[in-house]
Design a protein around this ligand. Structure first.
Ligand code: ATP
Length: 238
């Protein structure tokens, strides 16, 4: 569903991604782990079009998308839930979700009705968001805001979702809640590329994983394979 080949990207003259390749098959959860500064966030940005790659291919559902604008890539089916849960605090939970539908649905007659069926789908997945639909997003807990950010990305009905460090800055009990949310996404069959600092937890939900070092993939395999790799064990899972 998502194929990345020999991707190079960076900031100004410093190249951060130095030939990264990975694959996310339909209906699977793939984890991207690695030390701080390895280039995980840069990978997400280069795939979603937030940052223009200098070389390489990004293929989404059979279509080359590298070099296209982020908004175009989003319309072609890639949702990017960036680091830091950027929900709109003063807006209600429901309005935050509806914002996620605008990218896809033209605002002509029938928008509300179609958005309504998308809303119902999100509320079914996250009943907590339905309970809090009329509350402003700023009053939610950190874990609920993360759930909302994910729900908003799902409103666009993406083919692939990129989820960048969803547990960042959250207290440990909330982190567990976020991983429960990710498990729900997996059960719902959402295709997901997950960047996580909590490598252990990420490998518990993932079907496949890539370990990134200095701008490229150093090791990849199923979680069971990575657990058997001495170097991965001591560097990332110790
Ligand atoms: P972290 O877990 O700390 O977010 P990461 O693996 O996601 O790490 P990136 O954020 O992709 O790593 O950063 C990779 C490298 O690119 C780092 O050396 C970082 O300093 C550099 N970098 C990141 N963002 C920028 C930017 N906007 N401008 C210049 N350099 C940047």
């Amino acid at each position: 569903m998502l194929l990345v080949e020999d991707l190079h990207a960076g900031y100004g003259t410093s190249e951060v991604l130095t030939g990264l390749s990975l694959e996310v098959r339909a209906g699977t959860v793939v984890a991207l782990i690695g030390a701080n500064g390895a280039g995980k966030t840069t990978t997400m940005r280069a795939v979603s079009g937030a940052l223009r790659p200098s070389r390489g291919r990004v293929v989404l559902d059979g279509r080359d998308v590298q070099g296209l604008d982020a908004s175009r890539i989003a319309r072609l089916g890639l949702a990017h839930a960036p680091e830091g849960r950027k929900v709109f605090g003063p807006l209600t939970v429901e309005d935050n979700l509806l914002l996620g539908a605008y990218a896809r649905l033209p605002r002509f007659f029938g928008f509300r009705r179609r958005a309504k069926s998308d809303l119902d789908r999100i509320y079914e997945l996250f009943p907590r968001l339905r309970e809090r639909a009329r509350q402003t997003a700023g009053t939610l807990s950190g874990g609920e805001q993360q759930m909302l950010a994910i729900g908003r990305a799902l409103m666009a009905n993406p083919k692939v979702m990129l989820l960048d460090e969803p547990s960042m800055g959250l207290a440990p009990v909330i982190v567990q809640e976020v991983f429960r949310t990710i498990r729900q996404l997996k059960e719902a069959g959402i295709t997901l590329l997950l960047v996580e600092q909590f490598a252990r937890s990420a490998l518990e939900v993932a079907d496949y994983a890539y370990v990134m070092e200095r701008g490229r993939i150093a090791v990849h395999g199923t979680p069971a394979e990575l657990h058997r790799d001495e170097r991965v064990l001591s560097a990332y899972l110790g």
